[in-house]
Every structure is written in C-alpha cells, then in structure tokens.
Design a protein around this ligand. Structure first.
Ligand SMILES: Cc1cc2nc3c(=O)[nH]c(=O)nc-3n(C[C@H](O)[C@H](O)[C@H](O)COP(=O)(O)OP(=O)(O)OC[C@H]3O[C@@H](n4cnc5c(N)ncnc54)[C@H](O)[C@@H]3O)c2cc1C
Length: 639
C-alpha cells in the first residue's frame, strides 16, 4: 500500500495472478445472490455487459442510462474493431504480446497486472460475442477475420465492417433484454444520475432525475457500479457523442472517489478536419483505414495544388519516412503529433491548412475498388456525406481530434474505487491504457470489465457487507436530493444572457489551445487562471431555458457543462504536475531532439490519483507507484 492507495494486486507470477485471485475471491452462493441489489449506471458496452452478467448470476440489478434505449449508448459509434490474442492469422500473436504491446502503447504508465489480465480474457470476449451472434467478418474458410491496428505488428483486430461497436452493443443489449424480460434487471432509460450517496463511508445509492418528468428521486443498493463513459467533451469538439459527459464520475469525485490521470487524453489522428466556428461535433475516420490508406502531406510549404496534381516525388509520406517499422500504423499519439508538426511547418492542406491526406490510390490500384468498398464502404459514404468529396477518387483530408480519455476514476484490481462499494468500469475508470490507448482496445477493456472481471470480483465487497443496504428514505439520501434540487434551482434562476453552448464552446477552445495536443507550463497556468473566471461568468450569466419539471435539454446540458467547468481545472492541474511527456500527454518542455515524447521514469512512474478537498482548495495528489517486473522500461520506439 502506498499513499493510502492499495491496488490489491495479487502476489505471484504475472500469468497466474488472475486465476489465483479468482480462486481466493469471496463467493456468494447462488441462492444468496438475489438478496443483493446492485445499481449499474450506464448501459453502453461496459454497463450492459456488467448488468446482464450480474443478473444472470442471480443478483438483482437496477440499470440506468440517459438515452431512450441502451442501444443508443455512445459505444454504438465504435467503428474499427476489438482486439484479442487469438492468433488466427498465425502471425505470432500471444497473450504476452498483446500485453506487451498495450503496456508499451500506453507509454509504460499502466499497471502490469491489470493489462495482463485484459490480454488473458480478450479471447473469451470474442467467444462470448460469437455465441451471442455478433456477425464478425469472416475469411472464406469460415474463420473470423482479423485486420491491423496501430501500435501492433500483428493482425489481432476482430471487426464487423466499420460498425463493430454497434454489433457488439446489440449483442450485449440482447443479453440485457433477456434479463429485463426475466425481471432480474429493472431498466431506467432517460434517467440521469446527478449524485452519488455515501452512507457510513460506503457508496450505497444514487440520486437521479427523470428526464421526461423532471422528478428527482433516489435509489439505494448494496453496491454502485459506474460505467458512464469518457469525458472527451470537456474539449467541446470531439468525436464523442454529444451527450458524453463527466457528471457521474465528477459527482463521485466530489463525494470522495479519487480521479486518476485526468490529463491523459487521446487525440485521434484520423478525423475529418474542423470546417467552421459553429461546428459542434467532429467525425472519426476509423483507424482501420490506415491498413490500406497512406498518410502524406506536400513536401513544399503552402502547396495549394489539388492532391492529384502533386507528383509522387513531391509528397512526404511522413509516417512511413519517420517510423519505417510501423509506417501508417504508428500509434495514435505519435501519428497525431506527426500531423501537427507537418501543419506547424506550413505543409497542411485544405482551406484551414489544418489537414493532411489519407490516400487510397495505391490500395485501389493493388486490390481494386470493390475490395476497398467492401472493407470500408460505410466510412467512405460517411466521408462523402460530410465533405461532398469522393475519397475513392481524391484522398481524404484528416486532422487529429479529441477521441478518448484514458483518465477516469481510480480503481483497484477488483475494479473498486477507493470508496468502498463504488466500482467503475469501461472508459469511466482510469483503465488499462496508461498514457495512450491502442486502437481497438477500448471495446476489449469495456467488455472484459463487464463480462468477466466485475462478476468475479464484486463478491469480495458484497460478501463482506451483507445486509447493509440502507433505505432510500434515510437522511443521507434526502440531503443529496436536496442538494440536487438546489443546484437545479440555482441554474434555472440565473436568467443571464449567454447560452449554455456558449460557455461550453469557450471552455473547449481554451482547453484545446492550452491543454490539447501539446502543453506547456505557461499555458497551463493561464488556463488555471481563466477556467475559474469562466465558471464564475457561467453562474452569473448563463441562460438556462425552460423549467425543471419537464423535458428540458437546456437544463440537462447546463448541469453537464457546470461539471466540465470544474473538472477542466482538475485536468489542467494534473497536466501541470506531470513534468514529463508520455503518450497523449506532450509537455513541450520535455522532448527529445527529434521531437518525440521524453518520459521521466525516475520521477513520474506513478498513477496520479486526485482527491477533492473542497471548493476553494487545489485538489490533493496521491501517487500509486507503477512497478514493472515483467517488462523492461524502455524508450518507446516505432522506428
Ligand atoms: C467514433 C468512435 C469510434 C470508436 N471506435 C472504437 C473502436 O473501433 N474500437 C475500440 O476499441 N474503441 C473505439 N472507440 C472507443 C469506444 O467506443 C468507447 O471507449 C467505449 O464504447 C466506451 O464504452 P462505455 O460502456 O465505457 O461507455 P459508453 O458507451 O459511453 O456508455 C456510457 C453509458 O453511461 C450512461 N451515462 C453516462 N452518464 C450518465 C449519467 N449521469 N446518468 C445515467 N446514465 C449515464 C449513458 O447513458 C450510457 O449508457 C470509439 C470511440 C468513438 C468516439
């Protein structure tokens, strides 16, 4: 245990830890499981898989989401695929290689034991999903097909065209519906969690708002599971669904849960570039496209010729040039920074000069247009709808955009936070991806957490706390409900002049400028000055339309933006504290002579876990040291 944080990593050899831990974990006999009620917030891949699995085991589950159906969780947007170490292509993949690639991909800022377990259970996820009927792509002979993703030299990504998240979510949703029909899961769609309730130091329930009627109510349980996704929308523009937010995690943070590595943000290199000031959303072009597409920029500065008129010798295939072993499949953090360098040099393309090309001409010449259409047709169609350009004929224009958040609530090996009873899954926890997530690893982690890890570990908490479920009428719940109501009233009562979106956009621009693809001390200090001012302006001048007792999207947004306005400060504190560059966190002061991220293992090989200590005090840092016994802490190279 260090600094008050015990990750409960089992002793013993790396490859035996998980089996040994499961063997030593507390069991609850099937007849007793129905005595426990578990609250699951979120029904994306992590939440739906957890709710369905726990209910199948016999627990009584209440599951909440803010969409009208679990089918509309942000997970549905996932395009490219899900990793597993099946080694079907016989290209020397293994559990250890998936583990190693993930640790290295995360720039050695994740826990060995968790990542190894993730690689171990990856194969079972594929079996589970196939059994549910998920239509993964197959080879001619019937075996599941694989393709490559960044940061790996093997093909281990399972996919269903460019709609893998949708198909996986339909599988998990089917499993969830079965339990809803059995009566073991009670589903609460269009219900937003607005606070976590702590009773005698344990997480025992939540306060929610019915988003149709506006009614505020409480739900008590024996344990609370948050699977509420990532917070990339703190940057306003991102590839995330517009509803993605930090509210559930941030409310838990304010109730005592530690927030880990909030500054580790993933910027994805292949998104459609920003086109104007009034844009509210960015669109991902899946990393899978880099299996066949080649990334390039003109060699000449401010070359405004159309791409097809720029001759081969005047093109710079900069990823292939700089990273010959991984080429276009360099990991996301590295490919994003390389695109930024090209644009900073004045070699960017498109109207804003913030873009590079992703070119399929070679692949089409080699494989034929039909093969490319079969592999990526829906992505090309999406690109066409948004840009009105035909990427079969001219290269796509792409630029990096905020995509995923590696930070999240701190959890131990059991996926339990430092608050007893509160478990956190999927993108909402600080996850297994360190400072940079490899492509196709988020779906793997969310489903590992929900289908396999939590069902095996939750008994450790529940068995030790039998019969402690409080009543939702107890004072702790009533107090939390009152706080939620007061905050809602306060927001509606400002009657200012500026819209909620105005503040969200301002915050996002500030975060992108000062704490985006690259960060430095002066900018971070400026952001830390500006964010509280913006927050103050929000509470003095926001105009939240409508009423609390009705369907009110302005109010929903206002609550989320108010939390982003506090959380952004925490993110910047974390970025300021981490005086090194690693993965997606690039501090300009710490780089190698050729512009690569320069880690500082002596001082920063730890997880930053931040504690809320009050409104006007900076958060308090706790450190969980990262110990590497099975991999050598090497300088990350994809050359
Ligand atoms: C465009 C895009 C493509 C991607 N493609 C891939 C890919 O190919 N492979 C890959 O591995 N990863 C991919 N990712 C990442 C991956 O999709 C996500 O990390 C993952 O789906 C997150 O799943 P989750 O279950 O943790 O959260 P989500 O799917 O975001 O679900 C969150 C759930 O929590 C609920 N919720 C949130 N807050 C509240 C609240 N306050 N009250 C009540 N309910 C709440 C929501 O209603 C929802 O049900 C992609 C991401 C994007 C943006």
């Amino acid at each position: 245990m260090t600094d008050g944080l015990d990750a409960h990593i089992p002793a013993g050899p790396l490859d035996k830890k998980w089996d040994q831990h499961k063997f030593e974990s507390r069991l609850i006999n099937p007849a007793n499981r129905r005595k426990y009620e578990v609250i699951v917030v979120g029904s994306g891949l992590a939440g739906a898989s957890a709710a369905a699995s726990l209910a199948e085991m016999g627990y009584r589950v209440k599951c909440f989401c803010y969409q009208d159906s679990p089918r509309r969780a942000h997970s549905i947007a996932a395009q490219g695929g899900i990793n597993a170490a099946k080694n079907y292509p016989n290209d020397s993949d293994s559990v250890f290689r998936l583990f190693y690639d993930t640790i290295k991909g995360g720039d050695f800022r994740s826990r060995e034991a968790n990542v190894y377990r993730l690689a171990q259970v990856s194969n079972a996820i594929i079996d589970q999903c196939v059994a549910q009927g998920v239509p993964f792509a197959r080879e001619y002979g019937g075996l599941l097909a694989n393709r490559s993703f960044g940061g790996a030299q093997v093909s281990r990504t399972f996919y269903a065209r460019g709609q893998t998240g949708q198909q996986l979510l339909l599988g998990a949703y089917g499993a969830l519906c079965r339990q809803i029909a059995e009566g073991t899961v009670k589903m609460f769609p269009r219900t937003e969690m607005l606070d976590l309730v702590i009773v005698k130091g344990h997480a025992k329930g939540i306060v929610v708002r019915d988003m149709v009627t506006g009614e505020i109510s409480s739900h008590a349980g024996d344990a609370v599971i948050l699977a509420t996704g990532g917070y990339g929308n703190v940057f306003y523009l991102s590839t995330n669904a517009k509803g993605c937010n930090v509210t559930a995690s941030y409310r838990a943070y304010k109730k005592g849960a530690f927030f880990a590595n909030p500054c580790f943000t993933q910027i994805h290199p292949t998104c459609i570039p920003v086109t104007g000031d009034y844009q509210s959303k960015l669109t991902l072009m899946s990393e899978s496209l880099r299996n066949d597409g080649r990334v390039w920029a003109p060699k000449k500065v401010r070359d405004t010729r159309p791409p097809n008129e720029i001759p081969e010798e005047e093109r710079d295939y900069y990823l292939e040039r700089k990273y010959p072993s991984f080429g276009n499949l360099a990991p996301r953090d590295i490919a994003s920074r390389a695109a930024k360098v090209v644009c900073d040099e004045g070699r960017g393309v498109g109207g804003t000069c913030l873009g590079v090309y992703l070119d399929f001409a070679d692949a089409i010449a080699r494989l034929g247009v039909n093969t490319i259409r079969e592999r990526y047709g829906n992505l090309f169609d999406m690109y066409h709808k948004i840009t009105n350009e035909d990427a079969y004929k001219i290269p796509m224009r792409i630029f990096p955009a905020v995509h995923y958040t590696m930070g999240g609530l701190w959890v131990d090996y059991n996926l339990m936070s430092n608050l007893p009873g509160l478990h956190v899954l999927g993108e909402a926890n600080f996850s297994d991806h360190g400072a940079n997530r490899l492509g196709a690893s988020a779906l793997m982690q969310g489903l590992a957490d929900g289908y396999f890890v939590l069902p095996a570990t939750i008994g450790n908490y529940l068995a030790a706390h039998t019969g402690e479920k409080p009543s939702a009428d107890s004072t702790e719940f009533k107090k939390a409900e009152e706080d939620v109501q007061n905050r809602t009233r306060r927001m509606l009562g400002v009657h200012g002049k500026k819209s909620v979106d105005h503040f969200h956009r301002e915050l996002g621009l500030l975060m992108w400028d000062k704490c985006g693809m690259s960060r430095n001390e002066a900018d971070l200090r400026e952001a830390l000055k500006r964010i509280p001012q913006l927050r103050e302006e929000f509470w003095e001048n926001v105009n939240v339309l409508g009423d609390s007792e009705e369907l009110n999207q302005s109010l929903e947004k206002a609550g989320r933006v108010a939390d982003f306005l506090e959380f952004a400060e925490l993110l910047c504190y974390d970025a300021l504290n981490r005086r090194e560059s690693c993965g997606g966190h690039f501090r300009e002061e710490f780089q190698t002579p050729d512009g690569e991220a320069k880690r500082n293992d002596e001082e920063f090989a730890y997880v930053s876990a931040w504690e809320y200590v009050g409104e006007n005090s900076p958060p308090q840092l706790h450190k969980e040291p990262l110990v590497f016994e099975n991999v050598h802490l090497a300088t990350r190279s994809y050359k």
